[in-house]
Write a protein that binds this ligand. Structure first.
Ligand code: GDP
Length: 317
């Protein structure tokens, strides 16, 4: 069941409760759980959500003294809060800051004096994820998002594995007027990443986004490479890009990446398509990692800040 269908199923389940009788409420809970399971939300999480909804109903809804309208309102709020709880990790991802260029800028050195460039305390964001998840596209989207907010942003292509990866990032960067760094000759991704980050730090960039290579599968070599790049560039923030369309596989994938790359944020892509989304919701809940942005299309502007409450509100219509 795709995400839009999940929304209408949840909406129907909620609106089918008329008199808020015990039978109706139990049927509604059952419908909600079935809809979530069919959207690939993990069975363990669904069971937890069901118990939690039941407990809250028992605590908060007085069986005899309240009007049906009141009970229905409370019921809707309980379900809404629980669904938000599924996608809300309550973790705050690190926020980039603008550098004080007046204080830290690299002034031109006097002739004859050796130039020692200071490296700025830039916000380094490293992207990880499987090939095809939407890493390169999301790197540009994020760069444009911050550029529009006045940050000086640079893109580094450390994907030396996929032929054409540098060209893809370069074309995206040129189109969006974002400075970029990469190499056609260097085959060591760790070297490209370190050189790119060093260059942009010396040039006082506020934010440096590093695109790493993905593989088709969760191979050890990919994880080893990610760890080495991470050690070399010391990211302030590591973002895992997760394709919302991959269903139940999302949870295992996120767990494997969490163990090796220890990412702190997630970007969920392809929520515009036929994504079930439930697998990704499970991935967020299991790894306790916040979704920071969602990708809703192939274009650079198809990118939204993720807010649990508005995501669930939209889902419920
Ligand atoms: P990478 O291998 O992880 O770097 O993935 P790419 O950035 O090359 O993206 C793979 C494909 O997914 C490309 O065709 C992108 O245009 C597409 N893509 C990326 N994000 C989205 C999204 O949010 N929605 C849709 N519909 N397509 C996307």
């Amino acid at each position: 069941m795709v995400l839009a269908d999940l929304g209408s199923r949840l909406r129907n389940a909620l609106s089918s409760v008329e008199s808020v009788s015990e039978t109706e409420v139990q049927a509604m809970i059952k419908d909600i759980c079935t809809a979530l399971l069919e959207s690939d939300v993990n069975v363990r999480l669904v069971a937890k959500l069901r118990d939690s909804i039941r407990n809250k109903i028992a605590q908060e809804i007085k069986k005899d003294t309240e009007s049906a309208a009141n009970k229905r309102k409370k019921l809707q709020k309980i379900v809404f809060d629980e669904l938000c709880g599924l996608v809300d990790s309550h973790e705050e991802p690190p926020k980039p800051k603008k550098l004080n260029r007046a204080k830290t800028s690299n002034k031109p050195t006097r002739p004859g004096k050796k130039s020692v460039k200071k490296a700025a305390d830039s916000h380094v964001i490293m992207f990880v994820g499987l090939q095809g998840a939407g890493k390169t596209t999301s790197c540009t989207k994020l760069a444009v998002y911050y550029k529009r907010r006045g940050f000086k942003v640079g893109l580094v292509c450390a994907d030396t594995f996929r032929a054409g990866a540098f060209d893809q990032l370069k074309q995206n960067a040129i189109k969006s007027l974002i400075p970029f760094y990469g190499s056609y000759l260097e085959t060591d991704p760790v070297k490209v990443a370190s050189d790119g980050v060093k260059k942009f730090k010396e040039e006082m960039f506020d934010i440096i986004i590093v695109d790493t290579s993905g593989r088709h599968k969760q191979e050890q070599s990919l994880f080893d490479e990610m760890i080495q790049i991470g050690e070399a560039v010391q990211p302030t923030q590591t973002i895992m890009v997760l394709d919302a369309a991959i269903g139940q596989a999302a949870e295992g994938q996120a767990k494997a990446f969490k163990e090796s790359a220890n990412f702190g944020s997630i970007i969920l892509t392809k929520l515009d398509g036929h994504a079930k989304g439930g697998g990704a919701i499970s991935a967020v809940a299991t790894t306790q990692t916040p979704i920071v942005f969602i990708g809703t299309g192939e274009h650079v502007g198809d990118f939204e800040v993720f807010k649990p409450t508005s995501f669930i509100s939209k889902l419920l219509g």
